[in-house]
Structure formats: structure tokens, C-alpha cells
Design a protein around this ligand. Structure first.
Ligand code: NAD
Length: 484
């Protein structure tokens, strides 16, 4: 059973700095853990996951009000396990660094790269996938040989407590520790002089974290949010596209950073698109009331925020289409107690509506009408650079046009969200959706310092270039200028 979060002892702000200092002292004693050590850490994490998986699933469900267990096992546990397996397979090779060449000018000197852990990494994680977004960065940090202080979200207190005790029974405190607290602790945490700060959360709070880190010149990775569009081309199989979009939108009740935020398509396709979306949503969730497959909105504040987005859009002229209209079977007041919502499609939307201004993070799906790909791309370009961009269609030229003419953190073609599940491509944002990346090799590189080293030979022609400068030096310098 998960424990009662009201009796949870948070970390004292005053204890943060001493904790960091202990980790830094331990790192100074062993600054380059070998592969066997790192492998041991990753395997310990894997075993910890086996021991605590059920407790994590239950704690997250309780924190959300309800989270479908399958969603936690699929989108969190499986992702973390896959990241561990991938790191176990590749870290040894990544630790060797890339081979380097040395320009003939500097022979017989040589160059090489020394790949080092940065030191102590601070990781801040959000509530929406609390396990995955805490542990996948942690796996990258451990495989790169770092020590970790991790601060999970205060919105998932049962899970945070479960994670804290699971990590403390698995790792020494000076290697990997979880600290918990409210905003005051979070603010103090991001102000610590870490060797790297890895923050996942909203753009607004990430900006504050980035400013705090900049004061100490701490390198940062910011994994943020924003409005990720899905563009539907006339060449798309509309039914298939809407089925996949509905899945990406309704997974975790839309509380997914890379969920398709809104759709762009030609006006003539909208009526059919709505019909397919409704049918799909009804197939996935025939009933909303007490349906264990349907995840709840995490808090009353977020539930009210979503209701207000719909009300605001309606008051500015939007048309609202719900997958399950309100009737005897779907009493929306009862659903409010469970914080469950139907898929809510919005048409006739305009930019002045709040729903088109802020990240939705829930099961609302506005549709913007644009007739050409150029107009759709221009619409996206007018907003902030998104975390993800999706395109549905069958026309290869247009697909390449989308991929090369739009800038987003990541992209998927003919599906949504699955780019995040790939261990062999980087995942990260750009501009307002973040900076830096992780997953697989990109994560290892994020938490490593790649030190370029030049090793001089016993004999070196450089001596011939040293002062006093003579005619011969001038000749050699002009020869070298032509040579390089
Ligand atoms: P949030 O920004 O409110 O909180 C994220 C973390 O920051 C939490 O641990 C919180 O305690 C901490 N925090 C709060 N105030 C802080 C402060 N003043 N200084 C430093 N840290 C502070 O985000 P959230 O509501 O937990 O998560 C939802 C957001 O995260 C969405 O915008 C979503 O798109 C984004 N997100 C991004 C990714 C990604 O990989 N890019 C993944 C998941 C979620």
C-alpha cells in the first residue's frame, strides 16, 4: 500500500547544500568510475524497479486520483527498463569517446578525447510521467558516471515518497539521493552549484530554473513544453490518422508533453475528422464514469483550468464537439468528482482564445483550418518552436518539406508521441520548448564532459616558430598558412 502523504517529512532547505557537498566530496575521491562500477549502478536500479514496480504503479494511480495501470506500465516502467537495457549495452563503447585525427602540421603530436563525468547532477522532474521523467535522466547521469540529487514533483507526493525510499535503500546517499519539498525547496534546489542541472517541466518554471543555474554558470538541459501541432495532409488516410491522434491525445488524459496539442487541416476534411475522432474515443472509452482505463486529470486546479479553456473558447465563438455528449450515461457533474473528461474537440477557433495561447495538457483538441502546407507551416512558425511536430500524409515530397522547413524539438510522421520511445535518437526541445537533449547516446553526452587533449611529441617543429622571429620564421609561417 502507498503511504499517507500528509505524514511525509520533506527535505529541509538547509540540508540541500551539505548534501551536495557530501556528493561532491565523494566524487572528488572517485572522479572516474569504471565500467564495472557503472554497470553495477544500472543493474541495481533495474533490480530496484523489479522490487518496487507495483508500489510505483499504485502510488501514481493514487496521486492522479486514477491513472490506468496499463499506462504506467507501458509509458513509464517499460521506457525506464528499455533505457537501462540500452545503457547497459552501449555505455562501455560511449566511455571510449570518438577517435580523433591529428593534422599533419602538428605531427608527431597526437590528439585524443577524454570523456569524463561532469560530477554531481541535479535533476528536477514533473508530475505527468513521474517515474519515467525522474529515472530516464538518472540512467543517463549514472551511465556517464555522475552522482545525482533528484527532486520530483510535489504534485505526486505518494510516488515521490515511494521513490525516495526505494532509492535510499538501493544507493548510498552520496551517490544518488531524492529530496522532496514544495516550491521553496525547488527554488533553492535549482540555485545549487551543481555540475549539471537537468530540468523537465513547464516553460515558465524552466525559465526560472535556467536563470538560477546561470548565476552559478551551471550547464543546463531544459526539457520544457508548449503547443505541439499535428498537420494533416490531404494525402493522409484520415481514419487511421484520427485513430492515432486520439490515442496520442488521450494517453494519460492528454497530460503528455508531446501530446498533439492541436490539429491543422483543410476545412473540407474537418467534418469527417471529427466523426473519426469521436468514434475512436468512444471505442477506447465506451463509458467515462468509473472507467479504470481512463486516467483522471491530476488536480482540481488543472481540471478547472481545462473547463475554463473550453468556456473561454465557447464564449469567443468556438464550436464544442464532445466524444460523449452529456446525457443519463454521462453525467458531467459526477465525472467532475473523478476529474475525468471526454475528448473535447474545438472548431472555429481563433488565436485570441486561451486554448490557442497556452499548452493544453488535457483532452481538448482544437482544429485550425488551413488550406495549404505552406499556410500550415507559416501558422506553426508564427508561434513558439514546438517540442514535437506531427505530420500525417503519404506524399514523400511534402513530408521532406515539413521535416526540413519546420523547426521543432522532435517529429513523428504518421503517428504521435512514439519518437520519445526511441533510444537511438535524441529527445529534447528547441527555443521555448527547451534546450539540450537526452535518451541513449545523447543522454550520455549531456552528462559527460568531452575533454579534447593534445599530446606533444618528444620532437616538435613548433620550436622553429618561436621568437626571435627571423626570415626563416616568416617563410615558415607563410608556408604553413598556405599548407593548412
Ligand atoms: P512545473 O514546471 O510546474 O514543475 C516542474 C518541476 O519544477 C517540479 O518538480 C516543480 O516542483 C519544480 N518547480 C516548481 N517551481 C519551481 C521553481 N520556482 N524553481 C525551480 N523548480 C520549480 O511543470 P509540471 O506542471 O510538473 O509539468 C508539466 C509541464 O512539463 C508541461 O509544460 C509539460 O509540457 C512539461 N513537460 C515536458 C517534458 C519534456 O520532456 N520536454 C516532459 C514532461 C512534461
Amino acid at each position: 500500500m502507498h503511504s499517507d502523504p500528509t505524514h511525509f517529512q520533506h527535505t529541509q532547505v538547509a540540508n540541500l547544500k551539505p548534501l551536495l557537498q557530501r556528493q561532491q566530496a565523494a566524487f572528488a575521491v572517485a572522479p572516474n568510475p569504471d565500467w564495472a562500477t557503472r554497470k553495477g549502478w544500472l543493474k541495481s536500479l533495474d533490480k530496484m524497479l523489479d522490487r518496487h514496480a507495483d508500489a510505483f504503479v499504485e502510488a501514481i494511480a493514487a496521486d492522479f486520483g486514477h491513472r490506468a495501470h496499463q499506462e504506467t506500465r507501458l509509458a513509464e516502467l517499460m521506457t525506464v527498463r528499455s533505457a537501462i537495457t540500452h545503457a547497459l549495452k552501449h555505455t562501455k563503447g560511449w566511455m571510449r569517446g570518438q577517435r580523433t585525427k591529428t593534422s599533419l602540421t602538428f605531427w608527431p603530436g597526437k590528439t585524443r578525447m577524454v570523456v569524463q563525468p561532469k560530477g554531481v547532477a541535479g535533476i528536477v522532474s514533473p508530475w505527468n510521467y513521474p517515474l519515467q521523467l525522474a529515472l530516464v535522466p538518472a540512467i543517463a547521469a549514472l551511465s556517464a558516471g555522475n552522482r545525482i540529487m533528484l527532486k520530483p514533483s510535489e504534485l505526486t507526493p505518494r510516488f515521490s515518497q515511494a521513490l525516495q525510499s526505494a532509492i535510499s535503500e538501493t544507493f548510498d546517499e552520496d551517490l544518488f539521493t531524492v529530496v522532496t519539498g514544495e516550491v521553496e525547496l525547488a527554488t533553492a534546489f535549482t540555485a545549487l552549484p551543481f555540475d549539471h542541472l537537468f530540468f523537465t517541466g513547464s516553460t515558465a518554471v524552466g525559465r526560472q530554473g535556467g536563470v538560477a543555474a546561470a548565476k552559478n554558470l551551471v550547464p543546463v538541459t531544459l526539457e520544457l513544453g508548449g503547443k505541439s501541432p499535428a498537420i494533416i495532409d490531404g494525402s493522409a488516410n484520415l481514419q487511421m490518422a484520427m485513430e492515432r491522434i486520439a490515442y496520442g491525445k488521450l494517453l494519460n488524459a492528454g497530460q503528455t508533453c508531446v501530446a498533439p496539442d492541436y490539429l491543422i487541416m483543410p476545412q473540407a476534411m474537418i467534418v469527417d475528422a471529427i466523426a473519426h475522432l469521436k468514434t475512436t474515443a468512444q471505442t477506447y472509452f465506451p463509458a467515462l464514469d468509473n472507467n479504470d482505463d481512463l486516467t483522471s486529470i491530476v488536480s482540481d486546479r488543472h481540471f478547472e483550468r481545462l473547463q475554463k479553456l473550453v468556456a473561454d473558447a465557447r464564449s469567443h465563438g468556438a464550436t464544442v464537439h464532445r466524444s460523449q455528449p452529456e446525457n443519463g450515461d454521462h453525467d458531467f457533474d459526477a465525472l467532475a468528482n473523478q476529474r475525468r473528461m471526454p475528448l473535447t474537440i474545438l472548431t472555429d477557433v481563433t488565436d485570441e482564445m486561451d486554448v490557442m495561447q497556452e499548452e493544453i495538457f488535457g483532452p481538448l483538441l482544437p482544429i485550425v483550418a488551413r488550406e495549404t502546407l505552406e499556410d500550415a507551416l507559416a501558422y506553426v512558425r508564427d508561434g513558439e518552436r514546438p517540442l514535437a511536430l506531427y505530420w500525417f500524409g503519404d506524399d514523400a515530397d511534402k513530408r521532406e518539406q515539413v521535416l526540413t522547413q519546420s523547426i521543432s524539438g522532435s517529429a513523428a510522421i504518421n503517428d504521435t508521441t512514439l519518437q520519445v520511445a526511441q533510444d537511438d535518437i535524441p529527445f529534447g526541445g528547441i527555443g521555448a520548448s527547451g534546450m539540450g537533449a537526452y535518451h541513449g547516446r545523447a543522454g550520455f553526452d549531456t552528462f559527460s564532459h568531452q575533454k579534447g587533449v593534445f599530446i606533444q611529441g618528444k620532437i616538435s617543429a613548433a620550436k622553429l616558430l618561436m621568437p626571435p622571429y627571423t626570415k626563416r620564421s616568416n617563410w615558415m609561417i607563410s608556408f604553413l598558412n598556405r599548407w593548412v
